[in-house]
Design a protein around this ligand. Structure first.
Ligand code: NAD
Length: 539
């Protein structure tokens, strides 16, 4: 009997990186090494690593004049051959035993946790400007967790079988989808990039992976890990380049069977439309899974604890420069505590240090690229020029060395103010104060303010108010946190995903997500089949 049948995953421990610790020394060395060398990233098509002539530079967001490598740009021919190659390998992979598939990804998890830990962390710190803690919880822990928990969920899924009937043996065979899966992934989580292809591949699918241009450095390490773990070449093919061109080819292919997307709402809607336009081309109705934008809230009830609220606002709003889909960006405070709470938050935010991720004193580093820098600074300028708000702290930005934006807090008198409604995806938090007596009606306002429904937090010491909010805000967030920040989901503990404009709520890091990558076949075997058509009641 396979040991894997009883497999139970445990979360990867988060290392401390204290001064003088071994892990700290290792990461400093690896960072230095990677930062001062040039990593050349090919296209991964079957057993070939193709370094194209046309390439783009990889520039760390916190030091954008320093080229740390290049990545290859695919042309149409590359994308077509990547898909052809996947389809060639499809049968062999789908017929590989589930134990073998699981063992490959468990080995990949162990490589991430040990041999490749510093490499994947350094690549995430350099390429995506994460500080060491943010890199650790993403690229080491969350990624290893995804790979391990998915194995546990696969076992659970395969074990779910129908009952037998009188004289009938029934079996559900969890086939992979018939064609290929297309994974399009965002810049902000190394773990998401890896998981969006690994989850579908684990279930026996072949996957075309198009990572974000701003996550290629850690995507390359991910491919190295998969290769060393024994994943056969041509199960996951990676192509980088013009997203529109790559997507047009993938989504107009007859064998396209599923989209595994994480990114902005606008792009997801754009891809969904394309799939609709091509619906007559496909053999399957493609699975469409997308986790998208957020306008995540913290609502403080009049009984909320001051320190708990302040910490949730600061960590929730400014960790990773507010570039988490779950980042807190609209805050509702009761007037009875808002003055003291705001002054506490502002005083603390003024102590936040910002700079290179290799300086461990820095809580924040740079935002991802020039476009993000412009988008965020435009929101800040809009706020500065508006009569409906006041910028309480921050508001500065500078892109001379890296794309640095100060942690910014806006206080608005209009709960429908632009920055209360729209996803900014940067270190900008907007606060609205309400009269304590109106807390219930404010929940209605909160619910209807933004099109998103990803995460939210309710901070309160009154149980009745928590129950009321849980009910009132049933569809306002897919991940609802009580007395904490609205970010920081841990695989296996808080399956993640939102509804409304925030996605299809298929909960990454859960069995629900894996179910989207199988097409179950029911096989029913009759032991003594009937041999004539009349039924007994007809006698
Ligand atoms: P993005 O939408 O700009 O890019 C996502 C992916 O889509 C990238 O691979 C990109 O190259 C690709 N893409 C861009 N234009 C395309 C086009 N025209 N056709 C096809 N593909 C295209 O998002 P981003 O900036 O990388 O990530 C930030 C966004 O992702 C935010 O909106 C954030 O809320 C969201 N996000 C959501 C979750 C979640 O779980 N809900 C998690 C992480 C990020």
């Amino acid at each position: 009997m396979s040991k894997l049948k009883d497999y139970k995953a445990v979360n990867e421990p988060v290392l401390s990186y204290f001064k003088n610790s071994v892990e700290r020394k290792n990461i400093e060395k690896e960072y230095e090494n990677m930062f001062n060398s040039k990593t050349e990233i090919p296209l991964y098509i079957g057993s070939e690593k193709i370094f194209t002539e046309k390439r783009k530079d990889i520039l760390p967001p916190h030091d954008h004049k320093n080229v740390v490598g290049t990545y290859s740009l695919a042309d149409e021919g590359h994308v077509k051959s990547a898909i052809d190659n996947l389809l060639k390998n499809k049968t062999t992979w789908s017929e590989t035993s589930w134990e073998e598939r699981c063992n490959i990804f468990l080995k990949a998890a162990d490589l991430i946790s040990k041999k490749y830990r510093t490499k994947i962390l350094a690549s995430t710190m350099i390429g995506q400007s994460k500080n060491i803690f943010q890199a650790e919880i993403d690229a080491a822990c969350e990624l290893a967790d995804f790979l391990r928990f998915n194995v546990e969920y696969l076992v659970e899924i395969y074990n779910e079988q129908p009952i037998d009937g009188p004289g009938k043996k029934n079996n559900l065979e969890y086939r992979p989808l018939e064609g290929f899966v297309y994974s399009v992934t965002p810049f902000n989580f190394t773990a998401i990039g890896a998981n969006l292809c690994a989850s579908a591949a684990l279930m026996g699918n072949v996957v075309l992976w198009k990572p974000s241009d701003n996550q290629v450095l850690s995507a390359k390490i991910t491919m190295d890990v998969f290769e060393e773990a024994g994943l056969p070449k041509g199960v996951i093919n990676l192509v980088t380049g013009d997203p529109e061109m790559i997507t047009n080819i993938a989504l107009s292919h007859k064998e396209f069977s599923g989209l595994h997307f994480t990114g902005s709402t606008t792009i997801f809607r754009h891809l969904w439309k394309k799939i609709g336009e091509n619906i007559n081309t496909y053999r399957d109705y493609p699975r469409i899974v997308g986790e998208t934008g957020g306008k995540d809230f913290i609502f403080c009830h009049p009984t909320a604890d001051l320190e708990v609220s302040a910490t949730a606002i600061i960590r929730g709003g400014f960790e990773y420069q507010g570039q988490k889909c779950s980042a807190a960006s609209r805050i509702y405070l009761p007037r009875s505590i808002s003055k003291e709470l705001i002054s506490n938050v502002v005083d603390q935010v003024k102590t936040i240090k910002m700079g290179s991720p290799i300086d461990f004193n820095n809580f924040m580093t740079a935002v991802i690229h020039e476009k993000a820098f412009e988008r965020i600074s435009n929101y800040i300028e809009y706020a500065k020029s508006s009569n409906d708000c006041e910028v309480l702290c921050g508001g500065g930005y500078n892109d001379s060395v890296g794309y640095f934006v100060e942690p910014t807090i806006i206080l608005t008198s209009d709960h429908q103010f632009k920055t209360m409604r729209e996803e900014i995806f940067g270190p900008v938090v907007t606060i609205f104060e309400y009269d304590d007596k109106d807390w219930k009606s404010m929940l209605d306002v909160l619910d209807s303010t933004s099109e998103y429904a990803l995460t939210g937090a309710f901070i309160s010491n009154d149980e009745n108010s928590i129950n009321y909010a849980l009910n009132k805000l049933k569809y306002s967030a897919g991940n609802f946190y009580i007395n904490d920040k609205p970010s920081g989901a841990v695989v296996g503990q808080q399956p993640f995903g939102g509804c409304r404009a925030s996605g299809t709520d298929d909960k990454a890091g859960s069995k629900l997500n894996l179910l989207r990558w199988v097409s179950p076949r029911l096989v029913s075997r009759t032991e003594n089949p009937p041999t004539s058509y009349p039924y007994e009641y007809m006698d």
